[in-house]
Every structure is written in C-alpha cells, then in structure tokens.
Design a protein around this ligand. Structure first.
Ligand SMILES: Nc1ncnc2c1ncn2[C@@H]1O[C@H](COP(=O)(O)OP(=O)(O)OP(=O)(O)O)[C@@H](O)[C@H]1O
Ligand SMILES: CC(C)(CO)[C@@H](O)C(=O)NCCC(=O)O
Ligand SMILES: [K+]
Length: 259
C-alpha cells in the first residue's frame, strides 16, 4: 500500500492507496514539532478503528511547510521501513518539469495539482485551490506547470479582519442570504463570499486573456463546493486532486527511476 502525505500550512492529510482505490483519508493539524512517534500512534489508532491491515511499502510526501519533512521522513523510515519520495527534491522525478524562472522553488502542492488535473482533463487548464492560500496553478498544453497566482486564503482573510478590527467578530464562511448585509455577520460573510467569487472570476478571466484562449477551470480544497454555489465557471470540483497527483507521481517514479 502507498501512503500519500499532503502537508499544507494548516492541515496535513494522510491517505492510503491500496492499488485500486483510496482506503482512508486522515487529517491532522500541521505542526513541525510533531514527532514520528506521535504520527505513528495517531495513525495506529485510526487504523484500528477502521479495522484494516496496514501494509505500507511506499510513501510520497508533498510539503509546503518544509520543516515537517524531517519528522515525516523518520516516520517512513522507522515505522514503514521505506524511503519516502519528497516532491520537489531532486530524486523525485516529475512527469513535467515546471517552466518558471530559474531558481524559483514552486510549491509542491501546485505541481501535484497540475499533474493530477492534466491527467484527468488534459492540458491548458487552471487549478484553483482554496487552502491556506487561494492559488491558481496554470498547466500548459503538455501539462507542465507554467506559473499562477497566489492570493490570501479565505480563512486567513476572515481571521485578519477579526484580528485587525476591534468590533468585527470571527465568522464562519458561508453564502449569505443577500449581498447587502443588514447585520455585521452577514456583511462580513458577503464581503468574503462575493469578494472571493469576484477574485476568482476576475483572475480566471485575466489568465485566459493573457494566454489568449479558453481554459478549463478545476477547483479543489475544502471550500471549493461552497464557492461553486456562486460561480458558474468551474468545469469540475475535485476534493481528491492533490492525492491523485501524489499517486501519479509515485507511479511515474516507479516506472522511470533506475534506483
Ligand atoms: N463545507 C465546509 N465549510 C466550511 N469550511 C470547510 C468546509 N469543508 C472544508 N472546510 C474547511 O476548508 C478549509 C480548507 O481546507 P483544505 O484542506 O482545502 O485546506 P487547509 O487544510 O485549510 O489548508 P492547507 O492545505 O493549505 O493546509 C479547512 O479549514 C477546512 O476545515
Ligand atoms: C502558495 C502555497 C502556500 C499554497 O499552498 C504553497 O504552494 C507555497 O508555499 N508555494 C511556494 C511559492 C510558489 O509556489 O511559488
Ligand atoms: K491543500
């Protein structure tokens, strides 16, 4: 079985691929201080709840928070007796090298997203990921990552508003009943919801203009279904996109590396 680990700045998701399907997705807050032993105890208890035999013989990691990689490597070595592939490290082959300025380190989640979306939808597309940051990842005709856009994430924006303005409460993101709010909570929800709809549609239009062609738009991340309610331009919503990409990159390495 393959263990896929996607570490974002806020959450880390562990998924188990049994060769035919994902058997489990488990989520834990990202914390670089968490040790290999802590991860393993946590994983063991989830495995025992779900009652299946865990037989991990390969691991792949995408980490946007580089400091967590050390403890995740120890987890893979010590408890699963395997050397993990880490997306972005030189020994992890990619189906398509990103085409960006020399020396730029592209977030591994963005490369994984474009790899997955290209596999499912073909080239020339935009992946919108509603994570800690709201990112737009552009894949060229051949599937290579060629750049994108980084905006503050929805939850970060909400948090910033609450932190910076004494009278503004923390609110949950949702689609408000009307655009013009008649109470503080609805006003904030409207600003966030319609503000992000405007941001996404504006950025998508600008990207299409700059490239001079139509492009598919694939949305992912926990908040994608919410924003789908106010936006008619998503061609697909895929909550497992990053995990699908990790699996593809693992298989690609298995087929193409000589080590
Ligand atoms: N239906 C929902 N309504 C509100 N929030 C949701 C819903 N579904 C998921 N979320 C939240 O959406 C947020 C985005 O989740 P996602 O896994 O895409 O990114 P993240 O874990 O916040 O960020 P990162 O991947 O950068 O660590 C999370 O805070 C998650 O709890
Ligand atoms: C943009 C985020 C935070 C999105 O998770 C991550 O991909 C990242 O830290 N990227 C590094 C910079 C870049 O992708 O150009
Ligand atoms: K993510």
């Amino acid at each position: 079985m393959l263990l896929c680990i996607d570490t974002g700045n806020t959450n880390t998701v562990f998924s188990i691929w049994d060769g035919a399907r994902f058997r489990a997705h488990w989520r834990i807050a990202t914390d670089h201080r968490r040790t290999a032993d802590e991860y393993f105890v946590w994983l063991q208890s989830l495995i025992s709840i779900q009652k299946f035999d865990l037989n991990i013989d390969a691991c792949i990691i995408s980490a946007t928070a580089p400091r967590v990689v050390f403890n995740l490597r120890v987890l893979c070595n010590r408890y699963f007796d395997t050397r993990p592939l880490v997306v972005g490290k030189p020994d992890c082959l990619l189906p398509h090298e990103p085409r960006v300025e020399p020396g730029v380190i592209v977030g591994p989640d963005r490369i994984v997203n474009t790899t997955a979306a290209f596999d499912r939808h073909g080239g020339n597309l935009i992946v919108v990921d509603f994570g800690t940051a709201t990112t737009f990842d552009v894949a060229d005709d051949d599937g290579a990552y060629v750049g994108g856009v980084i905006a503050p994430g929805v939850n970060l924006s909400l948090e910033a508003l609450h932190m910076g303005a004494a009278s503004l409460p923390h609110v949950d993101v949702t689609m408000p009943p009307k655009v013009i709010g008649t109470n503080t909570v609805n006003c904030i929800q409207s600003g966030i919801f319609w503000g992000y709809i405007g941001l996404v549609s504006g950025v998508v239009d600008k990207i299409r203009d700059e490239r001079g062609r139509e492009m598919k738009v694939i949305a992912t991340g926990g908040l994608a279904p919410l924003f789908d309610q106010g936006f008619d331009q998503f061609d697909a919503i895929e909550d497992d996109l990053t995990m699908h990409g990790l699996r593809l990159i693992h298989d690609f390495n298995k087929e193409n590396s000589d080590g």
